[in-house]
Design a protein around this ligand. Structure first.
Ligand code: GZL
Length: 295
């Protein structure tokens, strides 16, 4: 199918919600990409509820869209609705996060390597602390592919260092408020002097944790190290202000790869079941210029 013929494509995008700065950037970038391609683009914001994502998929099936792009909130509970899309002959492309259904039920899974993200932060922390650190972990939303795999990747690396252990771990639900509240509880129950570092599954929770550490009279990034993932604009301000140590980039520009995969599938081409999106580590030394570039 020629690119011009693709312009009439009707695509339904089922987004998780707007739980983080990264999610908003990802939504905006995906909408811009769809507009640039001339799609008839239908957007569903599930507001953090899987039942809303399932309802949106069913609605897009009834509307007879050409394809559905889905960022699944959690990894389980998708078999039934994916089979409905399959029976309706409507291809589903996963973006950002994966899920635990039969791969024959979706075209491909586009996203970053969450396990590697956790491992890279674990490696950074091991080098930074010379392998001795009592760590508190701020998990992403329970059941989310990104949270499950970041936790595993980080644990896989630090288990190689007898002096490194996670002394507390709890979900902050991806938000700054959640990260702050959980960090406040860790500071109260463990004592800031007993915490070497924070591993936050995303930047929003890291920013909340830095606030809690400051309010406890300690210097974030010095008294307690802070590392996270996403590379949202606000984390570069926090890093430039000397309050967090590193962030790992998660590209919000995954829509193009998802749309390319959908178009290739509709054109009858083979599409790999997994399309990995890369990301790099950012340090404070370049934070001010990165912030200026993004704000
Ligand atoms: C990761 C993505 C995560 C982000 C969070 O790909 O699913 O979800 O890291 C977002 O900021 O909520």
């Amino acid at each position: 199918m020629s690119v011009s013929a693709m312009a009439e494509l009707t695509v339904g995008f089922v987004q998780t919600g707007s739980e983080s700065g990264w999610r908003t950037a990802f939504t905006n970038a995906t909408k811009a990409e769809a507009e640039a391609r001339g799609y008839d683009f239908k957007f569903a914001d599930a507001q953090g509820k899987q039942e809303n994502q399932i309802k949106a998929i069913r609605s897009f099936i009834v509307q007879g869209v050409d394809g559905i792009v889905l960022a699944p909130l959690v990894t389980t509970g998708w078999d039934k609705v994916l089979k409905e899309a399959d029976r309706a002959g409507i291809p589903v492309v996963l973006v950002d996060r994966g899920l635990d259904s039969d791969p024959s039920l979706y075209v491909t899974s586009v996203g970053s390597d969450f396990t590697m993200e956790g491992a890279m932060i674990g490696a950074w922390m091991a080098v930074e602390t010379e392998g001795t650190c009592d760590i508190v972990e701020l998990q992403g939303a329970v059941g989310a592919d990104a949270a499950i795999k970041r936790q595993a990747g980080f644990a896989n690396v630090i288990e190689n260092f007898p002096g490194m252990q996670i002394i507390a771990s709890q979900t902050g639900s991806w938000s700054s408020t959640g990260g702050k509240e959980v960090m406040e509880s860790f500071l109260k129950s463990i004592g800031g002097e007993n915490i070497c570092a924070v591993w936050a599954h995303n930047d929003n929770m890291a920013i909340g944790a830095a606030q809690a550490i400051k309010e406890a009279g300690l210097q974030p990034s010095e008294d307690i190290l802070i590392a996270s993932v996403d590379a949202i604009t606000d984390i570069f301000k926090t890093m430039a202000d000397g309050e967090t140590n590193v962030t790992l980039e998660l590209s919000p520009y995954q829509g193009a790869a998802a749309f390319d995969a959908l178009e290739a599938h509709l054109a009858g081409e083979d599409v790999p079941k997994r399309i990995t999106v890369p990301g790099g580590l950012f340090y404070p030394e370049t934070a001010a210029e990165e912030y200026a570039r993004r704000k």
